[in-house]
Design a protein around this ligand. Structure first.
Ligand SMILES: [Fe+2]
Ligand SMILES: [Fe+2]
Length: 274
C-alpha cells in the first residue's frame, strides 16, 4: 500500500499563511510515500510568489512531484509569456515539466497542460498523448498507474467547468496505458468517484480524483482541503482532509474497489471523526 498526499491550487500570493503552516504539519504527520501537487502553485506567477511556493515545497516530506497550472504562466510579462512561458516555474519549482515517479508499487506521470494564463482550460498535446503510452509501456506489469494533471479530463456537471482541451485524446491514451487513477485540480472542489450526474469513473476503469484548493482564499463554496489517498493494487481510499477551525481533519472518505476491471464505490461517502 502507498499513501499519497494530493494537494492542489496553492495560489501563493493569495493564500492564507496560517492554513499553509497547518497544512505542512498535517502532511508531515501523515507521512506520505509521495506528495503530488497538481498545479496553480502561484496566483500570478510573480517571482516573490514562486519564491514563497519554493520555500513551502522545501518543507514538504519527500519525494514531491509537482506540475504547473494555468496561474503559473505570467499574465502581463509579454516577453516571458512568449519566450519562456514557464521560465519562472522551471527556475523556482522544477525544470521537469513531465515528471515521473515510480517505486515497487506505483508509477505516476505528471503532464503540463498550462498553455497560457488566458487559455484557462489548458490543453493536452499530441506529443503528450504519445508520451503517456510510451512512458507507461516501460512500467512493469502490475504496478499501479497514475496520471497527474492540473486540468481535469472529466468534470462533473456540478463543477460547471469544461474539461481540458483534447481530453478525449488523453482518455484514449490513458485507457490504453492502463492508468487507473487520475489526480487533478483547477476546479477548487474536492470530488472523486461518480457523484450523481457526473462521469468521474471513465468507462468504469479509471477513477478521477479532484483536489480542492489547499491554502488559497479563492474558495468556491467549500473549505480548504487536500486529499490523502491510500493506494493498493485493486483498491483506493480517498480521504478529504479539510481545514476547519484551526486544523485539517477528515471530512469525507470514499472507498473504491476494482472488481473485474471496474471501479465500484464500496460504501457511500461517510463523515468520520479524525
Ligand atoms: Fe486554481
Ligand atoms: Fe487552474
Amino acid at each position: 500500500m502507498r499513501t499519497i498526499a494530493h494537494l492542489s491550487d496553492l495560489h501563493f500570493g493569495r493564500h492564507d499563511e496560517t492554513t499553509a503552516e497547518r497544512l505542512l504539519a498535517d502532511i508531515s504527520g501523515a507521512q506520505p510515500d509521495l506528495t503530488v501537487i497538481t498545479g496553480d502553485l502561484t496566483q500570478r506567477a510573480r517571482h516573490r510568489q514562486f519564491a514563497a511556493a519554493r520555500a513551502f515545497l522545501e518543507k514538504l516530506p519527500r519525494p514531491v512531484v509537482a506540475i504547473p497550472g494555468n496561474h503559473d504562466v505570467p499574465l502581463y510579462d509579454i516577453v516571458e509569456r512568449f519566450l519562456g512561458r514557464l521560465a519562472r516555474y522551471r527556475r523556482y519549482i522544477s525544470a521537469e515539466l513531465q515528471p515521473f515517479f515510480t517505486d515497487d508499487e506505483i508509477a505516476l506521470l505528471g503532464l503540463n497542460t498550462a498553455r497560457s494564463a488566458t487559455f484557462a482550460n489548458g490543453r493536452i498535446s499530441h506529443r503528450q498523448s504519445a508520451a503517456i503510452k510510451t512512458v507507461f509501456s516501460e512500467v512493469p506489469a502490475g504496478r499501479f498507474r497514475i496520471l497527474a494533471i492540473h486540468h481535469p479530463l472529466v468534470v462533473p456537471v456540478a463543477a460547471n467547468s469544461a474539461p481540458v482541451g483534447r481530453a478525449a485524446l488523453a482518455l484514449e491514451a490513458i485507457t490504453e496505458a492502463g492508468v487507473r487513477l487520475v489526480l487533478s485540480g483547477h476546479s477548487h472542489r474536492a470530488l472523486s468517484g461518480d457523484p450523481a450526474g457526473s462521469d468521474l469513473l471513465a468507462k468504469g476503469s479509471i477513477l478521477f480524483v479532484h483536489a480542492g484548493t489547499a491554502i488559497s482564499t479563492r474558495l468556491r463554496g467549500e473549505p480548504n482541503s487536500y486529499n490523502l489517498l491510500r493506494v493498493e493494487p485493486a483498491a483506493v481510499t480517498c480521504t478529504v482532509r479539510a481545514f476547519a477551525g484551526n486544523n485539517f481533519s477528515n471530512a469525507e472518505t470514499a472507498h473504491y474497489t476494482l472488481l473485474g476491471g471496474r471501479w465500484t464505490r464500496r460504501q457511500p461517502v461517510s463523515l468520520e471523526k479524525s
